[in-house]
Design a protein around this ligand. Sequence first.
Ligand code: PLP
Length: 385
Amino acid sequence: MGKAKQPGFATRAIHVGQEPDPATGAVTVPIFATSTYVQEEIGKHKGYEYSRVSNPTRTRLEQNLAALEGGIAAPVFASGMAAINAVATLLDVGDHVVCGNDLYGGTPRLFNHVFAKFGIEFTYVNTSDADNVERAIRKNTRMVYVETPTNPLMALSDLRAISEVCKCKHADLVVDNTFMSPYFQQPIALGADLVVHSTTKFLNGHSDGLGGVVVCTRPEQAEKLAFLQKAAGAILSPFECWLVLRGVKTLAVRMQQHDRSGRVVAEFLANHKKVRKVFYPGLPGHPQHELAKRQMSGFGSMITFETGSLANANKMLRKVRVCSLGESLGGVETLISHPATMTHAALGEKGRKEIGITDGMVRISVGIEDVEDILEDLDQALAAI
Ligand SMILES: Cc1ncc(COP(=O)(O)O)c(C=O)c1O
């Protein structure tokens, strides 16, 4: 008999790790709010000893996320940054990492202000060109760390090309897949060695909990990260694991709607006379539109646009009503933010200028409200400029 066909994405999202509770038949995974587990005799227990080490609600989420990304394990952490921190602890003194130069601002902050002082070196390059990655690799390079599309400039990196470079140079490719979610982009299938997410965003999808995950492809990565959960303790609580388990059940339908509305909003902004430029990989004018079509199965709902100045950005942001002004992304509600003073404030003016983030840029995470209402809101807010 041939290999059994793998269930589709939406089926895995709803069923893997989400099987009815064997003790009660409850169709949703119980929240195991317990710190410890009773033992029958010394060393005899049901596989759980203490909730920093493991917890049944967490186990279920880890199984689910590993299945969605095509990994072998998916240890979850207290936030996206805790997950990225966990990845960096896989490095040793003297190791070097090549990173994208347009990452979520918190990532270079962690690398430069926490890990650099432990003797780990970081070089930032434009990873849109795989040759830049190859040129930056040194003898001690152990990792290449990319986000695609980037935040907020929506530039893509060719994951297959970069993974070829990494294989030749014996470096691991780590991909932050937060913006696309596994529904639209499967980095492991394209050659990534590790995938990270802020589950706070699309995976949870409801803006009601922080979380992070590192999806592993090799047993030794999984072992080291499970050890780190136990040793350092920045684990995700059972309740927040449950929130993500609840959220991923609708990931497929949410992403489909985010993508449909994202395309409509991008088109609207591209044709709006108050908007000077739109950054969205789904627009045919995006410099990597062809790569986007090849590498992703949708374009998502993250859009950045140029209003011309800080004053213009502020004028419009003060007026939004359906869109909520705030940090974060990936929720069912449309979130609108100002990268220069929010997500990328930590880069400083010089750092932002170097990579092309201006004071007039506004980033929108298009939610799943009626798209006509989002368009009307943006139109009336842009009229203030
Ligand atoms: C792409 C990306 N990665 C990581 C993070 C960090 O995640 P968290 O806020 O859950 O710590 C963020 C947060 O905005 C993000 O946008």
